[in-house]
Ligand binder design. Sequence first.
Ligand SMILES: Cc1cc2nc3c(=O)[nH]c(=O)nc-3n(C[C@H](O)[C@H](O)[C@H](O)COP(=O)(O)OP(=O)(O)OC[C@H]3O[C@@H](n4cnc5c(N)ncnc54)[C@H](O)[C@@H]3O)c2cc1C
Length: 345
Amino acid sequence: MPKKSTEDSENSRARYTLLTLFRREPILLEFAMSDTLIEETLLESPAQLPYYIEGKETGFPSIHATVSQTESGTYFLTKPGVTLLSKPQVHLLNLAPFLEGFDPALGFSDYLEDETPLPDAAQLCKTAGQLCYASFGPKRTQNDNASRYFRNILSSGHGSVLEHANFSFLFYGISRSVTHELVRHRAGVGFSQLSQRYVSGAVLRFVERPEYQNDEELHRLFVERIDHAAHDYARIADALLARQKTGSEILSGEAKTDLRKKVQQTARSVLPNETEAPIVVTANVRAWRHILEMRASPHAETEIRELAFRTYLCLAAADPVLFADYKTVKLSDGTYGVETETEKV
Ligand SMILES: Cc1cc2nc3c(=O)[nH]c(=O)nc-3n(C[C@H](O)[C@H](O)[C@H](O)COP(=O)(O)OP(=O)(O)OC[C@H]3O[C@@H](n4cnc5c(N)ncnc54)[C@H](O)[C@@H]3O)c2cc1C
């Protein structure tokens, strides 16, 4: 049976989240930059969202996942862990010499006097977009109207300005099946995934699908399966190592690393799709939006939808302006997704 202590803490986090949603004020305070947008997103759905977003006060939100162990000691996770590692930082003052180089009557220097701060990613995209029309003077859209500015960008399909802002996440507690789907997204996305060739069985963990988690028999079968998989992996790795030492040609290699890779790249053939595959994903906002729309959709597979929905919650917490058009939907299978009227900008 899995250890329960960490699950209890997840439950208490979920209860905390529900309270937070009902009370509303903490959320509004924490998203002081664009309160109404987040309020709309959350309140659009009457569903109670059982998520605890950590780190909002730092601007780097996470929804972490707990780790359990079988009685035999095999590690497994039941939910995706999503943690924001990086986001844009903007230094608008560097525009000053550029803005001062135009006719003072245009009032371009006024651009730096805007008193409404925006999240850096939104500011970067807005500034990039405003450069296109030299919209730096007093008649430009001010930051307090940024939501209207981005509604126009989205509805007119001018998505290229969203390509300036990149967000990097570590995803863990996700299966190799999910990362296989995730890496199909090519445009504007970068990946670094744990190498099953380089890394040994010491970091082997597995992911339990939601369908198995509340079913005694399916959970028991999962536990049996991952214990066997971990055991099989260790056994085949030992057997390969023994053959390597006695001179097997196909397992031979020059450097120590090559030798290890030769063993591990072969031994991984026994690992199931439910093996965990941690990955760092960097994408620009245009690409993230496309990924959310494809993967937090009712048509997406359940595990990747959970990952995409958590990613959406973290992105919306980090930058409430750029993801303000998304609405949370509760799907008939009890999972959550997002939808927007301005798809694929
Ligand atoms: C529900 C669902 C089911 C799926 N089922 C299958 C399946 O059965 N089999 C399968 O193989 N895949 C399947 N996929 C994967 C899907 O076909 C895409 O490969 C994946 O969603 C990546 O999306 P994308 O092609 O939009 O690429 P992204 O890289 O996310 O690209 C974003 C956009 O940029 C443009 N773009 C990117 N690259 C190019 C290019 N080379 N040329 C021109 N325009 C480009 C396109 O407009 C594209 O939509 C499925 C995806 C989903 C969401």
